[in-house]
Structure formats: C-alpha cells, structure tokens
Write a protein that binds this ligand. Structure first.
Ligand SMILES: NC(=O)c1ccc[n+]([C@@H]2O[C@H](COP(=O)([O-])OP(=O)(O)OC[C@H]3O[C@@H](n4cnc5c(N)ncnc54)[C@H](O)[C@@H]3O)[C@@H](O)[C@H]2O)c1
Length: 264
C-alpha cells in the first residue's frame, strides 16, 4: 500500500531513540525528507545515517531542546528552508522517572511538565502555520498512562492526558485547513537492543525502569501476551500521518499497547 509519504517533509522530535528512532526509520523507508529534532546529537547522527541507508529522500539533524522556544523556532526554520515546508510533525519526546506522587518534588513536576507538555506546545505552535499551508498532519505520542490511572506516573499521566485533550482542540480549530491531528498511546514499549536508545533515554538502563521478571509479568497480563516494540508504534504513526490512508481520521486517540487499555 502506498502511503504517499515519499518526499514529504517530516519532523520527528526525540527521533533518535527507541520509539522515535523506529518512527524516523519508518518514514525513511517511505522516502520522506526527515528532520530529527533531538538533544542527543551523536545518537541522532547515527540514526540519520541509518535512515539514509533505508531510503530517506533527505535527513538532517537539528540539535534542539524542545522546551526552549527559540531552539524550536530555529529547528522548524531549518525544516522549512531546507525541505520547502512541513507536512508532518511527530511530537514524540517524553520522559518520566517512576515514583509514587508522595515521593516526588515540585522541581520534578516542573521537569515533567516542561518535557512532556510545554515542549509539545512549543513544537505544535511553531509548526501550525506551515502544516496549515500543506494541509498536513500532527501525530503526538501520549501514553496509556493518560487513559487510566497508573501508579508511579501521576504527573506524567496528567500531562499525557493533557496532550490527548489539546490535540482534539487543535484538530477542531484546524480541520478547515485540511490539517489532521491524532494521538498514539503506547503501553510498555521496549527497545530490542541497547544501541537503539540514546544516553538520555528512559531505557538507557533497562533495569532502572523494570526488572526482566517485571517485563514477563507485564507481558503475561496483556491480552496479546507480549510487550510492545518500537516498530508497533511507528506503524500506527505512519498510518495516521498518511493522507492517502487516514485522510478522514482526526482528533483520535489510538492505544497501541497489546490491549492494555480498551476505550470504547
Ligand atoms: N517506551 C515506553 O514504554 C513508552 C510507554 C508509554 C509512552 N511512551 C512515550 O513514547 C515516547 C517515546 O518514548 P521512548 O521510550 O522512545 O523514549 P526514549 O527515552 O527512549 O527517547 C526519548 C528521546 O527524546 C530525546 N529528548 C528528551 N528530552 C528532549 C528534549 N527536551 N528535547 C529534544 N529531545 C529530547 C532523548 O534524547 C531521547 O532520544 C515518549 O513520549 C514517551 O513518553 C513510551
């Protein structure tokens, strides 16, 4: 099936690690022009090289902290100047450190809010006029933690729920320009190899997030009896980014989590 993403200008934030990396490589296989907006320059250059090998029309790295509006503006300008506009924005950056709410601090909340929500606002705000010109798509990566209370992810889950709601409003405000906005919610999604993650990744030390025993228990508890892999999420993002196959889909929140959440 031709997704008609060849030659499209796509920005992937956090596009060098785990899910973001798989999204970058998915667009590369479709022949897109990709801007990887990343903090981790070295890992981003590595993934950019892989993307070129896989057939990306063009790939550039814009070292960006998405929580800094000036850096986001310069990243988006790089995509517009070099690739003629922006057709797709994938808001993929996210971060959490698992703790019960009573163990967190106001400084920790601010970090979670900035990385998971304000960064997404900065990117969406800056890209909107360009996406409107191209009648393009925005796909934001949320989490199943946004759809049901998740112990040790209180503030993160709250920010991800904010993304779900925010994207519906942006979908309604911008549908008149042909812009589509959707959300993908991963469940636990584990890299295949350690080299698939950046140094700043939540998965840089797998054991810090979950033990292997916990992974097995999580998989056993899911209807599909397996953990998510980055490519599972990338496939959903490619689908929602493609006007050819998802041209009438907007304002939706899609869980790709082995059945962890089932929202009617
Ligand atoms: N992996 C999971 O189990 C899981 C589950 C639910 C939701 N998610 C969500 O999926 C998305 C991707 O998760 P992942 O596991 O691939 O994450 P990851 O930690 O492996 O990768 C995140 C990438 O974002 C980059 N980054 C972090 N802060 C940044 C900033 N301020 N500016 C620019 N780049 C920045 C990091 O360098 C890293 O390369 C996130 O939004 C996450 O919240 C992941």
């Amino acid at each position: 099936m031709d997704l008609e993403l060849a030659g499209k200008s796509v920005i992937v934030t956090g596009g060098a690690s785990n899910i973001g990396r798989a999204i970058t490589l998915g667009f590369a296989r479709e022949g897109a022009k990709i801007t990887i907006a990343e903090l981790d320059l070295e890992q981003a250059e590595k993934v950019a090289a892989e993307a070129r090998e896989l057939g990306a029309a063009e790939v550039q790295v814009a070292q960006t902290d998405i929580t800094d509006m000036a850096q986001v503006q310069s990243m988006v300008a790089k995509a517009v100047d070099n690739y003629g506009g922006v057709d797709v924005l994938v808001n993929n950056v996210g971060w959490d450190d698992l703790m019960f709410f009573s163990q967190t601090t106001p400084e920790f909340w601010q970090k979670i809010i900035q990385i998971n929500f304000v960064g997404m606002l900065n990117c969406t705000y800056t890209v909107l006029e360009h996406i409107a010109k191209s009648s393009g798509a925005i796909v934001s990566i949320s989490s199943d933690a946004s759809r049901q209370g998740e112990p040790r992810e209180a503030v993160y889950g709250g920010m991800k729920a904010g993304i779900n709601s925010f994207m519906k409003t942006i979908a309604k405000e911008n549908g008149r320009y042909g812009v589509r906005c959707n959300v993908v919610c991963p469940g636990v999604t584990v890299p295949e190899e350690t080299e698939e993650v950046s140094d700043g990744s939540m998965w840089a030390d797998r054991g810090a997030m979950f033990t292997e025993d916990q992974f097995e228990k999580i998989a056993a508890s899911l209807p599909l009896k397996k953990l998510g892999r980055p490519k599972d999420l990338a496939n959903a993002v490619l689908f929602l980014s493609s006007k050819a196959v998802a041209g009438h889909v907007t304002g939706q929140v899609l869980s790709v989590s082995g059945g962890y959440s089932m929202i009617g």
